[in-house]
Design a protein. Structure first.
Length: 214
């Protein structure tokens, strides 16, 4: 059994469940799968289209490489977490014009929108934040995920001090700056959302008139 056959078999196991576990263990012992093998498999199996590129999958930055070593995000060693957070915090870009808050109505649209960065989208197109996939934000929307904490009453509970405003911007821009290997996308750092979109999401979270704070 060659290495690519082993990788394919491992993928089959992932889809089939425990029934082929013994076979997978035998395959793993027969051939050690390396990062180069995985890279070759991806390069030969996928084609770049639109904003979804093979390079985007394969070319990890330092934080992605570090976090890839810990599939269970709760088990990232403290020393690794500290290093990741320090490095990412340096990359947070705060608004140079000191304009932090936009329009919460636009922010709600962004939070509801899960489109973007897919092969069917246009390069440079407008992305959504898909915030409801992981968070509760308002009473009106009853369909939301719980991977992340509830953000309902976010501003009402925290206020709008400069410290809160700055932290909230930083968290949206680069979640790893405050929680290493977070499941939350690095919206600003990776160019998923524009600065104006981040301002609008900030308004959704902090504006007293926003449904988040009702």
């Amino acid at each position: 059994m060659n290495k690519l056959q082993t990788i394919a078999l491992m993928g089959l196991v992932a889809l089939s469940g425990a029934g082929t576990q013994a076979l997978a263990q035998t395959a793993a012992k027969t051939t050690k799968v390396t990062d180069a093998d995985v890279r070759q498999m991806i390069e030969s199996s996928f084609t770049s289209k639109g904003p979804a590129t093979v390079e985007g999958v394969l070319n990890q930055d330092a934080t992605q490489k570090a976090c890839s070593q810990y599939p269970d995000r709760t088990k990232v060693p403290a020393a690794v977490a500290k290093k990741v957070e320090a490095a990412e915090l340096k990359q947070v870009k705060y608004p140079a014009d000191n304009n932090w808050i936009g329009d919460w109505k636009e922010g709600e649209k962004i939070a509801q929108n899960g489109r973007g960065m897919q092969f069917t989208d246009t390069v440079g197109g407008t992305n959504g934040g898909n915030c409801y996939a992981c968070h509760q934000l308002t009473k009106a929307e009853i369909s939301f995920g719980n991977i992340g904490p509830s953000l309902y009453n976010y501003g009402k509970l925290r206020g709008n001090s400069q410290e809160v405003v700055r932290y909230t911007w930083g968290k949206i821009w680069d979640s790893n700056a405050f929680s290493a290997c977070s499941n939350m996308p690095r919206f600003g750092h990776k160019g998923i959302l524009t600065e104006q979109q981040i301002r609008d999401v900030m308004a959704l979270l902090l504006d007293p008139a926003s449904p988040v704070n009702q």
